[in-house]
Design a protein around this ligand. Structure first.
Ligand code: NAP
Length: 289
């Protein structure tokens, strides 16, 4: 029988502990979210974070800047948040408008408050397998594995996707836990033969349901990171019929493999949980300074 790697169950079971720890703190745990523009998708993700914060008793400071803002003004906002002692974590809601340099902007965040783990300081710590903020999706996936007691050491992990936000941190996190890691991307000529050799397959491609039954084999653990909104064929009813699917064709793949995370309800809830675990870590680091 296939095990469902249920991120909602894991999140809910770990949320209580996070809530207790948060309520024991002297100061209120506070996350600042800096958004540039007003993308619908970003608004949805921010709402999810606010909802989770409310559940554990943390606070979210949501700053929304207009699309035409100059890069220097974004830097200035970040500097204010860096020196605000009531703020423990700062995230830049991605994507940013094209006229802004995401990488330069992120480097302005104080690494201790960089709870998305994207500054070069945290990237290097992950690279060196040292303690730092690990990007939330990667941390969430490993928490999912630990919860379901799935061994990692010595196993062959294939990651499809090499983005700075997901693919690379996921690959490094598995490598740091002793796995043998292969990373595939659009330039990989034989993805199917790579994915079939995996013990653990993590897909973060942003390509709706492209992993079909032909990419997998029995006994594998499949983690679907993708979040793709499938539009309705009935344009007038689009809002009512929006459907979220992953990068894996769940109906085809789930009967074959030994464990799989669903979309929605798999990695998504784990990412939000992990972001707030990073925030709590940041609080501790700041207070210990
Ligand atoms: P991204 O920056 O667009 O990167 C996608 C990666 O997948 C790239 O490395 C790309 O290869 C590779 N790729 C795309 N199509 C491929 C194909 N057909 N064959 C092989 N490789 C392919 O996306 P991302 O930010 O990593 O996000 C990936 C997905 O995860 C998206 O659906 C996103 O919404 C979702 N996501 C989910 C969570 C969560 O919490 N569940 C969090 C973040 C992101 P190249 O480098 O060669 O272009």
């Amino acid at each position: 029988m296939t095990t469902l790697l249920d991120g909602k169950i894991v999140r809910d079971s770990m949320m209580g502990e996070l809530k207790n720890k948060t309520s024991d703190l002297e100061k209120k745990l506070k996350l600042a979210i800096l958004q540039v523009g007003d993308k619908e998708e970003s608004n949805t993700y921010i709402e999810q974070k606010k909802l989770f914060a409310e559940k554990i008793g943390a606070e979210v400071l949501h700053i929304r800047l207009t699309e035409d803002i100059a890069e220097e003004e974004v830097y200035a906002e970040i500097q204010k948040l860096n020196s605000d002692t009531s703020v423990h974590g700062i995230i830049i809601q991605l994507p940013l408008p094209e006229n802004l340099d995401k990488n330069l902007i992120i480097q302005n965040i104080d690494p201790i408050k960089d709870v998305d783990g994207l500054t070069s300081v945290n990237t290097k710590l992950l690279w060196n397998n040292e303690k730092g903020h690990v990007p939330a999706t990667a941390r969430g996936i490993l928490t999912l594995f630990d919860y379901y007691k799935i061994p990692i050491k010595g196993r062959r992990v294939v990651v499809v996707g090499r983005s700075q936000l997901v693919g690379k941190p996921v690959a490094l996190s598995f490598l740091n836990r002793g796995a043998i890691v292969i990373v595939c991307h659009r330039g990989t000529s034989s993805i199917m033969s790579e994915t079939k050799q995996a013990d653990i397959l993590v897909v973060a491609a942003g390509n709706p349901e492209f992993i079909t039954k032909d990419f997998v084999r029995e006994g594998q653990v499949v983690v679907d990171v993708g979040i793709n909104v499938k539009k309705s064929e009935h344009q007038s009813e689009e809002i009512l019929h929006k459907k979220v699917v992953g990068d894996v064709n769940f109906a085809e793949v789930s009967p074959i493999v030994s464990a799989i995370s669903p979309v929605p309800g798999g990695v998504g809830p784990m990412t939000v949980l992990s972001l707030f675990q990073n925030l709590l870590d940041a609080y501790m680091m700041i207070e210990e300074k």
